[in-house]
Structures are given as structure tokens and as C-alpha cells.
Design a protein around this ligand. Structure first.
Ligand SMILES: N[C@@H](CCC(=O)N[C@@H](CS)C(=O)NCC(=O)O)C(=O)O
Length: 226
């Protein structure tokens, strides 16, 4: 049984990725939630994470005495440990593509990530409209994502055919496009629909919507409701 340490489902996009992989492939795991504090650098979040991971971040996967602290490395490890489950696509060309696009997400799209933080329960269409007008780099990030998504094998497919680690890496983008109501094309909307039908995606989003915690430093666009 693995243990996966995560932060709030509403906000923690890096936690979401390996969680979706574990859940989608029904690998045995126990979720351990360490919620973000109300304000940055307050509360016990950092101490609790540092107690298991010197890098001070989540997600963290524990497998007996092995501790892994990076979302992509965690997914690679799970793929190695469960080769029959095909966490990466079976086809060698799709597998290579899946690795490229997961790596591109892991190391890029900083404008989208910075301007449109994941916030599943929020509705920030007005903010999204303003950002879309003012932020050319955000528009470029979304255009590149739409290009990647449009190259999936069939319009009703996941990014590289069957659901894979690549889809888990783009899952937080699906929620961001909804939260900020960014303008996207028909093919993108179809992929979002495919992802939103996935039971693991639905489970994570239900969990996010049930959370009550307000993390002030991740809510730059709205005030805490009274
Ligand atoms: N490259 C890391 C990024 C992990 C990361 O930035 N995690 C955030 C949560 S989504 C975190 O722990 N932030 C807490 C902090 O920086 O204090 C990964 O892919 O796992």
C-alpha cells in the first residue's frame, strides 16, 4: 500500500497529478492530506511536510522505506512498478509523445500557472476575461496547449489514446480553463468533456468542492466570503 501526501484538492495541482494516476489505475494507496495554511509560512504545513520530505513540497509518495518527492518522478516510478497496467501508452510512438508532453507541462506553461492558479470551486470568468485581454504570454500558453491537445489520435480519445500519465499532467489545465472561462475551440472543449467524464477526475473534483479551507495567499482574485 502506497501513501501519497497531498495538499488541498481545491488548490494543489501538483498533488492532483499522481493522485489521478493512482486512482485511475486503481493502485493501492492511502491519501494523506496536509492542508495549506491560511497565510503563507504560517501554521504547521511546512513542518509537517519537512518531517517527511526535506524539499518541503507535496506530493510525496512513500513506498515502505522509499520516499519520492516529485510528481513526474512519482508517476515514472509507478509506471515501472506496474508495467502490466500501462500507465504510459503501450504504443512506442504514443509513449514517446506522452513523455514529451508530460515533461513540457512539468517544466513549462509558467504564465498560465502563475496567472491562473488552480481553484476548482471558484468562478472567475471576469478575471479570466481581463487576463485574456492583458496577458499575451497566457494566450500563448493556452494556444500551445490547444495544439498539443488537438494532436490526440482521435477526437474522443485521451491525449495519447487511452488515459495515461500525460492526461493526468494536463488535468489541472482542464479545471483552470473552466474556473477562468478562457475561450477555447471545439476540439479543446471535447477533450475537456472526455476528461470530466473520467471517474478519477470526478472523484478529485468532488473532493475539492467538499473542502471548506480558504487559503488566503492562493486567493488573489477574491475575498473570503463572510
Ligand atoms: N516540481 C514539483 C512541484 C511541487 C510543488 O510545487 N508543490 C506545491 C503544492 S502544489 C507545494 O508543495 N508548495 C508548498 C510550498 O512551496 O511551500 C512536483 O512536480 O512535484
Amino acid at each position: 500500500m502506497y501513501q501519497l501526501y497531498i495538499a488541498n484538492k481545491n488548490y494543489s495541482s501538483w498533488s492532483m497529478r499522481p493522485w489521478l494516476v493512482l486512482q485511475a489505475f486503481q493502485l493501492p494507496f492511502q491519501e494523506v492530506m496536509i492542508p495549506f495554511p491560511f497565510e503563507r509560512n504560517t501554521g504547521t504545513f511546512k513542518q509537517e511536510v519537512l518531517a517527511i520530505n526535506p524539499n518541503g513540497k507535496v506530493p510525496v509518495l512513500i513506498d515502505h522505506d522509499l520516499m519520492l518527492w516529485d510528481s513526474l518522478a512519482i508517476c515514472e516510478y509507478l509506471a515501472e512498478r506496474h508495467p502490466d497496467q500501462h500507465l504510459w501508452p503501450q504504443d512506442v510512438r504514443q509513449r514517446a509523445r506522452a513523455r514529451c508532453i508530460a515533461a513540457e507541462m512539468h517544466s513549462g506553461f509558467s504564465s498560465l500557472r502563475n496567472a491562473c492558479g488552480m481553484n476548482i470551486r471558484a468562478h472567475l470568468a471576469d478575471v479570466g476575461k481581463r487576463l485574456w485581454q492583458d496577458n499575451a504570454e497566457l494566450r500563448q500558453d493556452v494556444a500551445r496547449i490547444e495544439q498539443i491537445w488537438s494532436e490526440r489520435p482521435e477526437v474522443n480519445d485521451f491525449l495519447c489514446g487511452e488515459f495515461s500519465i500525460a492526461d493526468a499532467f494536463y488535468a489541472p489545465v482542464v479545471t483552470r480553463l473552466m474556473t477562468y472561462a478562457l475561450p477555447v475551440n471545439e476540439s479543446t472543449r471535447q477533450y475537456m468533456h472526455t476528461m470530466l467524464q473520467h471517474p478519477a477526475m470526478q472523484l478529485w473534483m468532488e473532493g475539492a468542492l467538499q473542502e471548506q479551507a480558504w487559503v488566503n495567499y492562493l486567493e488573489s482574485y477574491q475575498q473570503q466570503p463572510l
